[in-house]
Design a binder for this molecule. Structure first.
Ligand SMILES: Nc1ncnc2c1ncn2[C@@H]1O[C@H](COP(=O)(O)OP(=O)(O)O)[C@@H](O)[C@H]1O
Ligand SMILES: [Mg+2]
Length: 232
């Protein structure tokens, strides 16, 4: 459970979320704007404390602890991917990935090796020296994915990862996600998307509405959305 504000300004955003994600599973999270998708990701990612409830992730239990008390979750367990990539403009692809590892405590040389391996894994072996401006949107997102997987984290949280990409680059990202999930380290991915076509390629789709999640197929999701129109 999670709400914001107090008294008459109180807004209960998440009311009863009950969900489980398996190793190697790709789950799409859909729902109207403002329904709490990012809030849920922030709690799972250890950036925000919930008001009630708990999260089990790879042997760690948390959910109510403030960000200062889940440093290990952020450093070791969860990789983030954002709509607008969040890369450092002045660093090349290799350094963008390596610096994230160094911040989590990996020594510089080892960080560079792991960054290289991650960039190779996302198909950017020939773009390591390029800064973001010299890369296409799809390539920038792949640098961000390399950064997210370089630390061998079991789950990736992706908030509209294809929102800024054209259809074909978006498809490439989903294809890469699938490879990561099917790979031997069995990464799990929880991905927010508004795109029904993208969502339909996940193993499972969850619809967040009125503070709870329900398993859903794409048709139901869009049927419901049409009925209610835009919700803010
Ligand atoms: N830090 C905050 N303080 C107050 N209200 C917030 C805060 N973060 C999010 N909200 C509110 O919580 C609701 C859910 O937001 P969010 O999780 O960003 O939705 P979504 O990602 O599904 O669009 C919105 O009504 C938003 O205005
Ligand atoms: Mg959001």
């Amino acid at each position: 459970m999670k709400g914001f504000g107090s008294g008459s300004n109180r807004l209960e955003v998440l009311k009863g979320i009950d969900m489980e994600i398996s190793r190697g599973e790709m789950v799409a999270l859909m729902g109207p704007s403002g329904c709490g998708k990012s809030t849920l990701l922030n709690i799972i990612g250890g950036l925000l404390a919930g008001d009630e409830g708990s999260i089990d992730l790879d042997g760690r239990q948390y959910g109510l602890k403030g960000p200062a008390n889940v440093v290990d979750i952020r450093r070791e367990k969860v990789g983030w991917i954002f709509q607008d990539f969040h890369l450092l403009d002045h660093l090349n692809a290799l350094d963008n990935v390596a610096i994230a590892l160094e911040i989590s405590g990996v020594p510089a040389l080892e960080a560079e090796k792991k960054a290289e391996a991650a960039l190779i894994r996302v198909g950017l072996e020939d773009r390591m020296d390029h800064i973001p401006d010299q890369l296409s949107g799809g390539q920038q997102q792949r640098v961000a994915i390399a950064r997210a997987i370089a630390g061998e984290r079991p789950i990736l949280l992706a908030d509209e990862p294809t929102g800024n990409l054209d259809i074909s680059s978006g498809q490439d990202i989903i294809k890469l996600f699938k490879e990561l999930c099917r790979g031997e380290d069995q990464i799990s991915i929880l991905m927010v998307t508004h795109d029904p076509d993208i969502a339909s390629q996940a193993d499972r789709m969850l619809l967040l509405r009125d503070g709870t999640v329900a398993a859903s197929d794409i048709r139901t999701a869009w049927g419901l959305d049409e009925e209610d129109g835009e919700e803010e």
